[in-house]
Design a protein around this ligand. Structure first.
Ligand SMILES: NC(=O)c1ccc[n+]([C@@H]2O[C@H](COP(=O)([O-])OP(=O)(O)OC[C@H]3O[C@@H](n4cnc5c(N)ncnc54)[C@H](OP(=O)(O)O)[C@@H]3O)[C@@H](O)[C@H]2O)c1
Length: 322
């Protein structure tokens, strides 16, 4: 049984604390918040055993084996490394880091400390996504020709200019927050590398991107159009055209249904959908491995590099980047 401490008593931490209750090989036992009152409230709400008023105190504790980091992106590297230096396994929210260099520093720490480091890209572990990957890799549909994915939510009311979504100092913006989902999903569809990227973005007055339209052309000539926005709802089914038939996925990032050549497969979640990544992460620790076989470091590396390249095309650099 892997004992988790949760880092940051915010929005997504609540979903984690709910979904982990249905996981057999893991348990949330502690919460750390910068604010003791917030930590205690969270502890009581989710029936945890311990509340810490600092992340460092939880890192020093023997009461946990692993942490789930649920703070803004700009803190992921520093906090992950702090926990890994205390020999805690780290499941870190997406994006695991702001850029590739930060991620590589985290990998070094994971190897040095011999602990598991994994990006919490929950979509990769959903049974519907696993089915999709099985079909794609079996080759029955031939090679990918074109992928279309859109993902938009109206998050304008959340946090204001200083909140994590709109704040440049917290690595805000739509691409890193939401665009990462369609982008990393393409890695399920083809092993071909991205040859060219065309990308356009709309920007908020704080400097962060609020919408991006990204076109990938892969080395083998296949292509992908990926649209993300946090100013409007965009939820059309994702359509993947292969040489010998199409795959259609509704609500791809939390999918419970895949249509493969007109045949529909249903995969209802046991809980809210995080249970699959939590179980896989915990099993990887139990197996004594330093990398998960689905969300490998190489998968995260590819996704981080594509995010870096896309940001470069539309000219988004955070104030703390060289
Ligand atoms: N997988 C998913 O579906 C999903 C969904 C939403 C978000 N996320 C990811 O989860 C992470 C957190 O998102 P969220 O929406 O949960 O964030 P949030 O509610 O805005 O903040 C989470 C926690 O981070 C700390 N924090 C927030 N602002 C801070 C600041 N300015 N300085 C220092 N600490 C700060 C606070 O922890 P304390 O309690 O210690 O004060 C806060 O409770 C992001 O990286 C995001 O990409 C993932």
């Amino acid at each position: 049984m892997i004992r988790f401490g949760i880092v940051g008593a915010g929005g997504i931490a609540e979903k984690f604390a709910t979904d982990i209750k249905s996981v057999k090989n893991a348990k949330a036992v502690a919460i750390a918040s910068r604010d003791l009152e917030r930590a205690n409230k969270f502890k009581d709400k989710f029936n945890l055993d311990y509340a810490f008023d600092s992340y460092e105190k939880m890192a020093e504790s023997d009461l946990i084996d692993a942490v789930y980091i649920a703070t803004p992106h700009s803190f992921h590297k520093e906090q992950s490394i702090m926990f890994m230096n205390h020999k805690k396994h780290v499941l870190c929210e997406k994006p695991i880091a702001v850029n590739s260099q930060q991620f590589e520093d985290m990998v070094v720490s994971s190897q040095k400390n011999k602990v598991l480091l994994m990006e919490a890209m929950w979509t990769k572990f959903l049974p519907a996504t696993i089915k999709l990957r099985e079909v794609v890799h079996s080759g029955v549909l031939g090679k990918l020709k074109h992928a279309y994915i859109e993902f938009g939510q109206d998050l304008r009311h959340i946090g204001g200019d200083t909140g994590r979504l709109f704040n440049m100092n917290l690595a805000g913006g739509c691409l890193l927050d939401m665009g990462i989902y369609p982008l990393s999903y393409t890695l399920n569809l083809t092993d071909s590398s991205v040859k060219t990227i065309k990308a356009k973005a709309e920007f908020h007055h704080t400097g962060v991107d609020t919408k991006s339209i990204v076109d990938f052309v892969f080395d083998d000539g296949s292509s992908a159009k990926l649209i993300s926005s946090f100013m409007e709802v965009l939820d059309a089914p994702s359509v993947f055209e292969f040489e010998k038939g199409n795959i259609v996925v509704d609500h791809f990032h939390k999918s419970e249904k895949v249509i493969i050549k007109d045949k529909t497969y249903y995969f209802p979640h046991v809980s809210g959908g995080f249970e699959y990544e939590i179980e896989a992460f915990s099993k990887t620790i139990e197996d004594g491995l330093l990398e998960n076989d689905i969300m490998t470091h190489e998968q995260t590396r590819k996704s981080m590099k594509l995010l870096d390249r896309t940001r470069k095309v539309f000219g988004l650099k955070y104030p703390f980047e060289d």
